[in-house]
Design a protein around this ligand. Structure first.
Ligand code: TNX
Length: 511
């Protein structure tokens, strides 16, 4: 017999009661200033409109796309509210302190006001606003329930301008839609760069028209003999555009002069002995090197940089540099003296793993610190010359590290990294001799030796990614594990609503 109507369908009140209450003070990353006011809750209604200043329409449409499916309300985007209750997006009227990425948010009984000086600020403000709704707002289907937005005020802006995630699409390939899904997931924590590791020993993932076999041959394989793939330049551009719509800049990496087996397998002339090695499907590192003494090597590198620069609107190209164990120190230096100027020639700035710091790169270059140690003379010297440093220490920020010895996915060369480990560190004290004003920001890299599906990405990134995002955005003074773990617990229902399969760390009392 069919269940009776009242057992099959929970009432609106039941649905609302099951949900976790999230205040403005619970937002992740923690805002600079937040004052909760339970007397100022705003209830969304079928009459609510989204009122947007000129220049705010894109963010308004994005907000509408977020909250319309679950609420089922029309939420028209209008330039005037005509006296109706409104979520109002105001551009150019914000407090000076919020700068170019910050925002001010006020949730009151009669409406919501979000102000920023740029549409990026409005976008980041929307990410905070979303978290004040019931978690079910993130479901893709209509939910019959009331929609309370928790009352209060926020004034917010980031600690660091560069907040990044990295996805290794070389060890295993992830299709454009999978990359877009990850972009949406990281955007909600105010990450503003996505570093794509596009080439490594096991796969080359970006079409280069002047060297077509890189993708058509070098893109075929993956770790374990799993299926490969590559992005056409058109697909890459589409990812770049999608990321831009989420206020995220794509930073493409071509790893060199090591991690190049896929390229060397595709073109015999890139090898000193003129013999193409076979493609590799294992996870060894450090055995490959471009041939430093051959002219064709620099023609190859220049062609790749030129084509990649032409389809990359962001200012950085990542030229790798890590684990070049088969390149002598002298050759490594020779290589970068020739390659560094090529990046500038095509209008881009250099980023790369911190190993490049020893080649005296231009001060505009951004070395990325991946080591676990608290000392590194080359990186400290680069910082002293004026290079900003990007922090992603492997024992804290690497999302591919196993959580514990039982983790079904991941590696553990840098140790086991539980949620608390990944949250409880500070880039301004991690490396002796590199302090706050010498730091560009933080990155959470996700290497994919053991990851083949989106669910694997999600399980490794959540719940650690929000912690790295908070380190990048929130004031140092607000950093506190005990408070963070309470706020993090309340994100769980949001991830469930979003269909994210996250690691339920025993360090957190999940709601
Ligand atoms: C080290 S640290 C690498 C990658 C691996 C990763 C796995 C660094 C810049 N390179 O080649 O994929 O460890 O955790």
């Amino acid at each position: 017999a069919p269940a009776s109507a009242d057992t099959a369908q929970p009432s609106t009140a039941q649905v609302a009661r099951q949900d976790v209450q999230r205040q403005v003070t619970d937002v992740i990353p923690a805002p600079v200033e937040a004052k909760a006011d339970p007397k100022s809750d705003f209830w969304l209604s079928p009459l609510t409109v989204i009122r947007a200043d000129k220049g705010a329409a894109k963010v308004a449409d994005y907000l509408r796309g977020l909250i319309r499916p679950a609420t089922g309300y029309p939420l028209p985007v209008l330039s005037s509210s005509y006296g109706l209750p409104a979520i109002s997006l105001e551009l150019g009227h914000a407090d000076k302190r919020v700068g170019t990425e910050g925002y001010q948010l006020k949730v009151a009984k009669n409406g919501v006001t979000l102000k920023a000086n740029t549409d990026t600020g409005l976008f980041e403000g929307v990410q905070s606003l979303r978290q004040l709704f019931p978690s079910t707002v993130d479901k893709k289907t209509f939910q019959l329930q009331g929609w309370k937005v928790s009352g209060g005020t926020i004034l917010d802006y980031p600690r660091f301008g560069y907040r990044s995630a990295m996805l290794d699409v070389a060890r295993h390939f992830f299709k454009p839609d999978q990359v877009k899904a990850y972009i949406d997931q990281i955007a909600q924590y105010k990450i503003n760069n996505l570093h794509l590791h596009l080439a490594d020993d096991q796969g080359w993932r970006i079409e280069i028209k002047s060297w077509p076999r890189l993708a058509t041959f070098g893109g075929q394989g993956a770790v374990n003999g799993d299926p490969g793939g590559y992005y056409t330049q058109e697909q890459y551009s589409d990812i770049v555009r999608y990321a831009a719509s989420r206020h995220i800049t794509i930073v493409p990496e071509i790893d060199m002069p090591g991690h190049t087996n896929a390229a060397q397998a595709s073109y015999a002339e890139l090898n000193c002995d003129g013999v193409a090695p076979p493609m590799r499907t294992d996870i060894e590192v450090g055995y490959s090197s471009l041939c430093i003494g051959k002219d064709i090597t620099y023609k190859f590198v220049e062609d790749v940089i030129r084509e990649l620069a032409a389809i990359t609107p962001g200012k950085y190209l990542n030229i790798g540099g890590d684990e070049a164990h088969s390149t002598s120190p002298a050759d490594y230096n020779t290589f970068y003296q020739k390659v560094s100027p090529l990046v500038g020639k095509y209008g881009k700035l250099i980023t790369g793993w911190h190993d490049i710091a020893k080649t005296n790169p231009p001060t505009s270059a951004l070395p990325q610190y991946w080591d676990t140690k608290g000392t590194n003379p080359d990186v400290v010297a680069a910082a002293a010359r004026g290079n900003k440093i990007l922090f992603s220490p492997a024992n804290k920020a690497y999302l591919d590290m196993m959580y514990n010895p039982q983790s079904p996915l991941g590696l553990h060369w840098a140790g086991y990294v539980e949620v608390k480990d990944s949250y409880d560190w500070d880039p301004s004290t991690f490396l002796q001799g590199v302090s706050e004003n010498q730091i560009a920001g933080v990155e959470a890299p996700l290497w994919s030796e053991t990851l083949v599906k989106s669910e694997h990405i999600e399980y490794m990134a959540f719940p650690r990614l929000p912690g790295i995002a908070e380190i990048g955005w929130s004031p140092k003074a607000s950093h506190n594990w005990d408070g963070y773990r309470e706020r993090l617990a309340k994100q769980g229902p949001r991830w469930t609503a979003q269909g994210i399969d996250f690691y339920r760390s025993p360090q957190v009392d999940w709601k």
